[in-house]
Design a protein around this ligand. Sequence first.
Ligand SMILES: Cc1cc2nc3c(=O)[nH]c(=O)nc-3n(C[C@H](O)[C@H](O)[C@H](O)COP(=O)(O)O)c2cc1C
Length: 368
Amino acid sequence: MLSHTVVQQPTGPDAMPDLFSPFTLKGVTLRNRIAMSPMTMYRSVDGKMTDFHVMLMGSRAAGGFGLVFPEQIAIQPDGRTSTGCAGIWDDAQKDSLSRVSSIIKDMGAVPAIQLGHTGRRGSEKKPWHGKSQLPASDPDGWQVRGPSPIPHGRRYTLPVQELSIIEIKEIHHAYASAARRAHECGFEWLEVHFAHGYLGASFFSPLGNQRADAYGGSREKRLRFHREALDAVRAVWPAHLPLTMRLGSDDFNEHGIQFDDAVWAIGELKQHGLDFADISLGMNTDDMKDVPFDQVGFMVDRAARVRQVVRLPVGVSWNLGLPAVADRIIRQELVDVVFLGRPALWIRSRPGPEGSLGWPAVERPVKN
Ligand SMILES: Cc1cc2nc3c(=O)[nH]c(=O)nc-3n(C[C@H](O)[C@H](O)[C@H](O)COP(=O)(O)O)c2cc1C
C-alpha cells in the first residue's frame, strides 16, 4: 500500500518563500509570485482597450496569475507603438481600462498597469503588416521624438525630432495625469516603462541621448528624465500602492548602458519613491553583442545583484517558463516576483540548449 507523507510547509515571517507564497509590497498582497508580463497586443481602437483585452486578462487572472499586466499603456498618442495600441491620455479611455482592471480583480489577481512612451521606436506597423516604421505622412504614422535626433537604426529608421525642454515637461505632466487616471481606473500596481529602447531607456543610454543640456551628458544628467517622471507620478499615485519601474539595465553594447550604471540608477530612484525594480534589457540598439537569448533565466543574476546591492525587491522576465526554475529562483531569494511573457501567450520562445525556454519541453522534438 502506498503511503503519503504530508510535508509541513514552515509558516510565519521566517519561512522560505516559494513560487506560490504570497508577496506583500506596501498595501498590496499578491496571492503568489507569478506576474503576467506586459505584452502589446495591437488590438485597441482609438487607444481604448476592447473585449479582446477583457477576455485575455480575465482568463489569465482566472488561471492563477498573482499580478496581471495588460500591455504598455501610452501616456501620449505618439507614445504608442502603433495606432492599434492602448493609451491613457484621455478620460474617454478610462472606461475600457476600468473594465480590464475590474475583471482582473474579480478573478483574484492584482491589476497592474505599465505606463510608457515609445519615443523614437514608435509609429510602427501592426506586426502582421510587417516589421517596420510608418512615416509621418502615413495616416497611421507620426513624427517620432526622442532625447536626440538619432534614429534607433536597423528597422527603426525614421528621423527623430529632439524633444525641447518644454516638451519634456509636458511628458512629465502626462505621466502624472496618466497615473491619476490609472488609480481612478482601479489599478493597484504601477510600473513606469524605462526599458526596451523606448523613451525612458533612450534617455538613459548614451546610444540614444547625446544632449548637451541638463538631460544629457553624465549618467547623473541622463537620469534626470527618470527622476522627474517618478516625482511627478509619486505626487499623485497613492503612497500605499507600489510604484515600480522596468529598467533597461544593459544595452549589451560597449557604447550603451552598462549594468553597473543601472545598479547605481536604481539606487538613486529608490530615493525618489521607487518600491520595486523589474530588470530588463536596454535594447537601445539592434547591435547587441552576446545576448544569451537562448539561455534559461539569463537576466536573473542581474536582478539578484540589484536586490542585494540596492536592497529593493525585484522582478525579472526572460525565459522563466519552466516552473521548477521559476520556483528555484524564488526559493533561493534571488528575485521576489517572476514575470512570464511568451509562456502566458501562444508564442513559442526560442528553443535553446537547455530545453524549454517557456513552453513545456514536451512540445519540441526529443533528440535521442
Ligand atoms: C508579443 C509581446 C509583446 C510585448 N510587449 C511588451 C510591452 O508592452 N511592454 C514590455 O515592457 N515588454 C513587452 N514585451 C516583453 C515581455 O514583457 C517580456 O519581458 C519578454 O517577452 C521576456 O519574457 P518571456 O521570456 O517570458 O517571454 C512583449 C513581449 C511579447 C512577446
